[in-house]
Write a protein that binds this ligand. Structure first.
Ligand SMILES: NC(=O)c1ccc[n+]([C@@H]2O[C@H](COP(=O)([O-])OP(=O)(O)OC[C@H]3O[C@@H](n4cnc5c(N)ncnc54)[C@H](OP(=O)(O)O)[C@@H]3O)[C@@H](O)[C@H]2O)c1
Length: 312
């Protein structure tokens, strides 16, 4: 059976749509016929501006190599990594650097699938968010995907880092949703928040991230009630995901990671995109969470009991 979606004539904004899960979501909406706009701080590889100082600013929101990911287990587990630098999890392009696609409409990028436009914007910056949304003629779907955190044990890392993590994962989606609301209301549109399993169970080592994601899940429920019936707001709660950074997130032993998930593998960006396509399509569902986590994580007790089905 094949399920197809027709988003022709719709405009979709995916924050953080240049790589990882966001790139998969953007590609899926574009394949379904949507006009897709993605934003990030750094132009995608292959775009003319990717050699700008911005791309070398070291301001990536991705966890540093070796650090555990969003949605990861505690320090000391087989999936954990080394501590991050004492730097914010994401930052603005270097002062004076070019802002590729800074024209409101953005620019098509050779680094992205056809039909996907790139606009350089930091979602934590209200002026960038205002410029990003002002450049849209219409907006049917907002996917608040940009997010993440380095591994950051609370007592060992700076207050500023934790504030930046909350800013990226909770305040920024609120800012973008608020700016996008008039266009979404006009279109009878939908918002999809990209949440995390870290927001539904303890996430030692990424406590600020987990708390921010829990807040994001609740923000979606609140906005669903506040903006009904014109705009629907839902969350995709993602478990361990196989992005291009998966090895640096979860360690090199992919088989061990897969064995920790009842489904036997990590989620792909396409798995997450499928849930987004469904939640964003016209329907009744709002204020809901769809868990794309392959059944979660195999409970520790079942391993301790030596249940054969859970052996790697
Ligand atoms: N990967 C997982 O296992 C996992 C699990 C659960 C939930 N999630 C969630 O899924 C989402 C995507 O994660 P991912 O692993 O795909 O991340 P990723 O590979 O690190 O990609 C993050 C994207 O967001 C952009 N971004 C980061 N900070 C930004 C900012 N301040 N302004 C604008 N764009 C920004 C990045 O581009 P620039 O760096 O160029 O700005 C990039 O395009 C996040 O919300 C994350 O919390 C991921």
């Amino acid at each position: 059976m094949t399920v197809t979606y027709d988003y022709a004539g719709r405009t979709v904004l995916v924050t953080g749509g240049t790589k990882g899960i966001g790139a998969g979501i953007a590609a899926a909406f574009a394949a379904a016929g949507a006009q897709v706009v993605v934003c990030a701080r750094i132009p995608p590889p292959g775009s003319p501006a990717s050699g700008s100082p911005a791309s070398g600013s070291g301001a990536s929101g991705s966890p540093p190599p070796g650090s555990p990911p969003p949605g990861t287990p505690a320090s000391g587990s087989p999936l954990s990594g080394s501590p991050p630098p004492e730097s914010p999890p994401s930052g603005s392009p270097a002062p004076g650097s070019a802002r590729a696609g800074s024209a409101p409409g953005g620019s098509e990028s050779p680094g992205l699938a056809p039909g996907i436009r790139f606009v350089q914007a930091d979602v934590r910056d209200p002026e960038d968010v205002e410029r990003l949304v002002r450049g849209l003629d219409r907006l049917d779907v907002l996917v608040n995907n940009a997010g993440g955190s380095p591994y950051a044990p609370l007592a060992d890392t700076s207050p500023r880092l934790h504030a930046r993590v909350v800013e990226l994962n909770l305040v920024a989606p609120l800012l973008v949703a608020r700016q996008a609301y008039p266009l979404l209301r006009e279109a009878g549109g939908a918002i999809v928040m990209i949440g995390s399993a870290s927001g539904t169970r303890p996430s030692p080592g990424t406590s600020a991230y987990g708390a921010a994601k829990a807040g994001l899940h609740h923000l979606a429920r609140c906005l669903a009630a506040e903006w009904a019936p014109e705009v629907r707001v839902n969350t995709v709660v993602v478990g361990l995901a196989a992005t291009e950074n998966a090895a640096s997130h979860y360690g090199p032993d992919q088989a061990a990671v897969a064995a920790a998930i009842p489904a036997g593998r990590m989620a792909t960006p396409a798995d997450v995109a499928t849930a987004c396509l469904w939640l964003a399509a016209p329907g009744y569902v709002t204020g809901a969470e769809v868990h794309v986590h392959g059944g979660g994580e195999v409970p520790a007790w079942s391993r301790l009991a030596g249940h054969p089905a859970q052996d790697p």
